[in-house]
Design a protein around this ligand. Structure first.
Ligand code: 13P
Length: 338
């Protein structure tokens, strides 16, 4: 498959991406919240339960894995990437080494992981990965994000994307403007504009073929401590407007992160965006918490009840699959839950 074909398959209408690439530290936090011990076995069991679920075939175009997971064998035989491919989804891999303190800035980060990346990419390709992810993080505050943070992260994202395409995989470019803070929706719009602009400047300098990329942005929403709320319609309008103005039309897919929105909010907002999507972008989800929160809760209640865990995951995947076509509704949510 060409890079463009891979990107199209990851974001095909009715499908999206499952972000199951929590690092060992992040999954520790998730497991702590459900009182499950953070062992390699438990991480495998939870993830293989999701990857063998019915929803995989119908609603999931790609799965982002963590280094440990792409090298694991399931308890019933195939390797994890084999299981994912068997279900007609594409295995992907998070390749950044995390957001580290940015020297010269008081409280910001730059994402690291370029050293040795070319060699690691080769290994991941052999393990079955056909796309990758790199996440840059920007915080909104009085003085943030600084131009230093915007420029250094964009530069790293572009160098990453160029290396990934050289290795014949599709880079997911993830510049995440965090929703933490009391800022309003317009501030999020303005910061996201600056961040996207710089990213696409750098991607052009590094000669990245945009058709063979997927953008993973935040939605344009008010900060989590903001006193103002926005309707899904307002979020959709501002998000689509920001993307139209700042993302080159060659980009094949746009798959949002959920970023701390509740499962229902994430589905509702994606649906509202797709209802008014008049672009050629394939607009869908690349959710971590937005797809897994209910399944994780079920796993906490009874780790051996595969049925309940898969039921919860199937439902969320189906709802988001509908949202990727603008066909979700609150009523459907109730019907399936009942
Ligand atoms: P959330 O959907 O939980 O924000 O996670 C997506 C992700 O992969 C962040 O890098």
């Amino acid at each position: 498959m060409t890079l463009e074909e891979i990107a199209k398959k990851m974001c095909a209408k009715g499908k999206g991406i499952l972000a199951a690439d929590e690092s060992t530290g992040t999954i520790a936090k998730r497991f702590k919240s459900i009182n499950v011990e953070n062992t390699e076995k438990n991480r495998l069991i939870f993830r293989q339960t999701l990857f063998s679920s019915e929803a995989m075939k119908n609603y999931i175009g790609g799965v982002i894995l963590f280094d440990e997971t792409i090298k694991q064998k399931t308890t019933f035989g195939p390797s994890v990437p084999e299981l994912i491919s068997k279900n007609d989804a594409i295995p992907g891999i998070k390749v950044d080494k995390g957001a580290k303190p940015l020297a010269g800035s008081s409280d910001e980060t730059v994402t690291e992981g370029l050293d040795g990346l070319r060699e690691r990419l080769k290994e991941y390709y052999e393990l079955g990965a056909r796309f990758t992810k790199w996440r840059a993080v920007y915080k909104i505050g009085n003085k943030f994000p600084s131009s230093q943070s915007i420029r250094s992260n964009a530069h790293a994202l572009a160098r990453y994307a160029a290396l990934v395409q050289e290795a014949e995989m599709v880079p997911i470019v993830e510049p995440e403007v965090l929703m933490d803070g009391s800022h309003d929706i317009n501030k999020c719009y303005q910061v996201t504009t600056d961040v996207l602009n710089e990213c696409y400047n750098e991607l052009a300098i590094h000669k990245v073929n945009l058709k063979g990329t997927v953008l993973k942005p935040n939605m344009i929403i008010p900060g989590s401590d903001s006193t103002t709320r926005s309707s899904a319609e307002e979020i959709a309008k501002k998000t689509l407007d920001c993307l139209k103005k700042n993302v080159p039309s060659e980009v094949t897919g746009i798959a949002f992160l959920s970023g701390g929105q509740s499962e229902i909010e994430a589905s509702k907002n994606l649906n509202a965006i797709n209802k008014i999507n008049d672009t050629n972008f394939l607009i869908t989800f690349s959710y971590g918490r937005g797809l897994q929160a209910s399944a994780l809760k079920a796993f906490g209640e009874d780790q051996s009840n595969q049925n309940n865990i898969q039921k919860a995951f199937d439902h969320r995947a189906k709802m988001n699959g509908l949202s990727s076509k603008g066909e979700w509704s609150e009523n459907l949510e109730k019907e399936v839950a009942a």
